[in-house]
Ligand binder design. Structure first.
Ligand code: ATP
Ligand code: MG
Length: 224
């Protein structure tokens, strides 16, 4: 049986002012993929993620997410898809330092409605997964880099998304912590059965044998 398509980029070009960042890019992601896009700093990794989540619009080409062309879609409709179906770990985390771990993980829910008991239970399960149950009421500003990264990971799961996107989940961490985070990410992939798209300039994910792409020279090509 062929797997459902989750993301499709067809001949996508994107430029800032007159400089092309991406030119005629084709890329696709299927249900349950564990996919890594590798590439050096400044090659356009974050830009690709911003195009897929509809934060940026391409000048040319088609971007289909969950079967819908988001290029011509109103921002309010794109936000609905994002809030319901996509969990994102941003490159700079975008956590609220003065909020507690619990409040941060609940944020994707709180922007839509008041959290229910079952939402809190879900967060407790996620905190158990990331081994941070003891920090549930701690303010994020009092956590270590690796702990903050784990909270960002848990938050990406809070709205039970179909697609989890991560921008450099191991940057800013030491080797040992990075290896731990990679293991944790893969165990969450196995446990929750979602589609994962991760961009990274590092090699930590190689041993998991992911579907791997390379971004460079304004294009995305398949490595394996
Ligand atoms: N707001 C902007 N205005 C102009 N140029 C930008 C803007 N944002 C990004 N760029 C340029 O677009 C290119 C791609 O940036 P992007 O952030 O996607 O790279 P990246 O691969 O994520 O890099 P890193 O690994 O350092 O995070 C860079 O050359 C950058 O200078
Ligand atoms: Mg980036």
């Amino acid at each position: 049986m062929t797997k459902k398509n989750i993301v499709l980029l067809k001949d996508v070009s994107f430029r800032y002012l007159n400089k092309y960042i991406l030119k005629d890019v084709n890329f696709s992601l299927s249900e349950n993929d564990f996919c890594i896009i590798k590439g050096k700093s400044g090659e356009g990794k974050t830009t690709v993620l911003n195009l897929i989540t509809g934060i940026l619009k391409p000048q040319k080409g088609k971007i289909t997410v969950f079967g819908k062309n988001i290029v011509k879609m109103k921002n309010s409709d794109i936000s609905k898809i994002r809030n319901k179906k996509i969990g994102v770990v941003f490159q700079n985390y975008l956590l609220e330092n003065e909020f507690s771990v619990l409040e941060n993980i609940l944020l994707p829910i709180t922007i839509n409605r008041i959290p229910k008991e079952k939402d809190i239970d879900l967060v407790k399960n996620l905190l158990n997964d990331i081994e941070l149950s003891s920090k549930i009421d701690e303010k994020v500003k009092n956590l270590s880099g690796g702990q903050i990264q784990r909270v960002a990971l848990a938050r990406a799961f809070a709205n039970n998304p179909d697609l989890v996107i991560m921008d450099e989940p191991t940057s800013n961490l030491d080797n040992k912590t990075s290896e731990k985070i990679v293991k944790l990410i893969f165990s969450m992939y196995k446990k929750y059965n979602k589609t994962f798209l991760i961009v990274s300039h590092e090699n930590y994910f190689d041993e998991l044998n992911p579907k791997t792409y390379l971004i460079g020279n304004k294009n995305i090509s398949k490595l394996k």
